[in-house]
Design a protein around this ligand. Structure first.
Ligand code: NAP
Length: 304
């Protein structure tokens, strides 16, 4: 496996493709907006101007696009141009049932499909230390190990096609819940005027500690919400997990509540913020956001 086509060079895809270049693979990148493929070329990869050009003769085809319809759209182009026997690794986070259907289509066309969603965020992608949960045939997974090792650190085969996406849905449930409670803790601590940086430091050393607290705590304190992982994508993922839970006949009451908070943040036009920006809606509920305070001041001025 020496030549890799990489389709979707966004926040996650570009650094992953660069790590594959650094690991010695020939990487041909395609991105809808061409400038990002040029960035890959500047880092030692190649820029393809069409999916067909990227995929032609490639041993491995990697995709990293936002949602199920996007993967469906790029797969059409891949199937038209891929060489028989190539491995298709979909790193995107999509619906488990769609992943299963697309894997069947890809197999029918002679490809070896693996659904391999990732966790670890942009820093994990840049550092090549992502957690990767893989669904598909065990032999295809084993044959692609060098590709996974170039972009990830914790790499686990979790079952047949679609299983990787099921595990990722659980991942997104846990992360959203963590972010929601961290945001509530920040609002709570600020209400008491304690030194929040010290508070988060000590919380981080105990059972309340988490990767979410490590990566998102200071950003919440600084109100620094440049993505990272866009709330619009987490909204998509909460839709995936709530639908899949319903389908399985299990309930996720805390997850459903967080899903509504994420939906509210997106509905207010903040889908482009990092998911730590969930804090904005949690603040509004307590009337502690800057805008809520302004309205309060205006109301008091009006009354006076
Ligand atoms: P992103 O920055 O928005 O990048 C998405 C990429 O897909 C862009 O290059 C975009 O091209 C391309 N694209 C979008 N729709 C397309 C279509 N219909 N056809 C072809 N290309 C298309 O998103 P991201 O943050 O990298 O996320 C990608 C996937 O990884 C998502 O499924 C997300 O849930 C998952 N994920 C993200 C993170 C994270 O922290 N960001 C972590 C784990 C998993 P343009 O440049 O033209 O827009």
């Amino acid at each position: 496996m020496t030549t890799i086509a990489f389709i979707g060079l966004g926040i996650m895809g570009l650094p992953m493709a660069k790590n594959l270049v650094d690991a010695g693979f020939t990487v041909r990148g395609f991105n809808r907006t061409a400038a990002k493929a040029e960035e890959l070329a500047a880092a030692g990869g190649q820029a393809a101007s069409t999916i067909a050009e990227a995929v032609d003769g490639a041993d491995v085809i990697a995709t990293m696009v936002p949602d199920s319809p996007d993967v469906e759209a790029v797969l059409d182009g891949i199937l038209a141009a891929a060489k028989p026997g190539a491995t298709w690794i979909d790193f995107s986070t999509i619906r488990p049932d769609v992943a299963k259907d697309l894997a069947a289509q890809a197999k029918e066309a002679g490809l070896k499909p693996l659904d391999a969603p990732v966790s670890g965020g942009e820093p994990g992608a840049i550092d090549g230390v992502l957690s990767i949960m893989v669904g598909g045939d065990e032999a295809d997974f084993a044959a692609a190990s060098e590709v996974f090792e170039a972009v990830g650190k914790t790499i686990v085969h979790v079952g047949p096609s679609g299983a990787g996406q099921t595990v990722k849905a659980a991942n997104q449930l846990i992360v959203a819940g963590n972010i929601g409670l961290l945001a509530e803790a920040v609002v709570f601590l600020e209400a008491y005027g304690v030194d929040t940086a010290s508070a988060l430091e000590v919380l981080g050393g105990g059972l309340a500690g988490s990767k979410v607290l490590e990566q998102k705590g200071q950003k919440m304190l600084d109100r620094e919400f440049a993505p990272g992982f866009r709330l619009a994508l987490h909204h998509k993922d909460m839709g995936i997990v709530t639908a899949a839970a319903r389908e399985a006949g299990v309930t996720i009451p805390l997850g459903a509540a967080v899903a509504q908070l994420v939906a509210a943040t997106v509905a207010q036009g903040n889908g482009g913020l990092d998911h730590s920006g969930l804090l904005t809606v949690v603040e509004q509920l307590s009337g502690t956001s800057a805008s809520a305070e302004d309205e309060d001041a205006d109301a008091q001025e009006g009354a006076a």
